[in-house]
Design a protein around this ligand. Structure first.
Ligand code: NAP
Length: 250
């Protein structure tokens, strides 16, 4: 339990898997009530069960982050159930690798819609609730690929993740005087269902490029996300925090 966070309410998109799931569980350990939002209602329900098993309250929400009316319905449901929203973590995302000839217009639209528009839609829906109370913390998930030379990722993914950093800084400056902080985490390569899709050769190529000599695990990213969402980060806004085993340093 965390005396300062206990009783707060968080929405975690992409909460049914990987980094989002680990974030739901870390928030639950702090006593935060968690709305697990995911495209897969089944995965959201499973993680909500894990949150409850840790002694915290949970609500599972099946939602496509690219559909404004579904996002708004989800935010309404969370307010009706818990009465407030303190934290938003935008972890829903899809990956694409390859060269530009392998990226169709439909691929581009889908990757940008989930990773960037989904983040925009959830921020837009949640910010009025945070402004009503004069407090809140948003943590968006970018990527090492949005910050530096990408090794495998496609233009669609890189552009979406660079866009998330820009969106974060813009919102952070608009909301800095209103009690709402907006930050970003840029993970390097992390073992999740997303990177399980890599071939053994790709995984080894990536592993060798990481000074720590290994991929990260979801809990190592979740702890950075929860730090930025917590009162311990009360003077931090507009920041992008690398969590990458030394693979990229600024
Ligand atoms: P993951 O395990 O695949 O989790 C992503 C979650 O987002 C999945 O549950 C997925 O649901 C959900 N999702 C996809 N499209 C959605 C939509 N339209 N609406 C709602 N939910 C949707 O991947 P992860 O590795 O944890 O990734 C989490 C975030 O970290 C992503 O933004 C990713 O880009 C970023 N990231 C990951 C890494 C890495 O190495 N893993 C590195 C840098 C950044 P379904 O499974 O049902 O599609």
């Amino acid at each position: 339990m965390d005396a300062e966070m206990q009783g707060q309410v968080a929405i975690v998109t992409g909460g049914g898997s990987g980094i989002g799931r680990a974030t739901c569980l870390e928030l639950a350990r702090r006593g935060v009530r968690v709305a697990v939002a995911d495209l897969s209602a089944e995965a959201a329900g499973r993680v909500a069960g894990e949150v409850i098993a840790l002694g915290a309250e949970a609500l599972d929400c099946g939602v496509d982050v690219t559909a404004a009316e579904q996002v708004e319905r989800t935010v309404r449901a969370v307010r009706e159930r818990f009465g407030r929203i303190d934290i938003l973590v935008n972890s829903a995302g899809i990956y694409q690798s390859g060269t530009i000839d392998q990226v169709s217009e439909a691929d581009w639209d889908r990757v940008l819609a989930v990773n960037l528009k989904g983040t925009f839609l959830f921020c837009k829906a949640v910010i009025p609730c945070m402004l009503e109370r004069g407090s809140g913390a948003i943590v968006n998930i970018s990527s090492i690929s949005g910050r530096t030379r990408s090794q495998l990722a496609a233009v669609s993914y890189v552009a979406s993740k660079a866009g998330v950093i820009g969106l974060t800084m813009c919102l952070a400056s608009q909301l800095a005087g209103k009690g709402v902080r907006v930050n970003c985490v840029a993970p390097g390569s992390v073992s999740t269902p997303m990177t399980d899709l890599w071939s053994a050769e790709e995984r080894e190529f990536i592993r060798r490029s990481i000074p720590m000599g290994r991929l990260g695990c979801p809990a190592e990213v979740a702890s950075a996300i929860v730090y930025l969402a917590s009162p311990a980060a009360s003077f931090i806004t507009g920041e992008t925090l690398n969590v990458n085993g030394g693979a990229f340093m600024v």
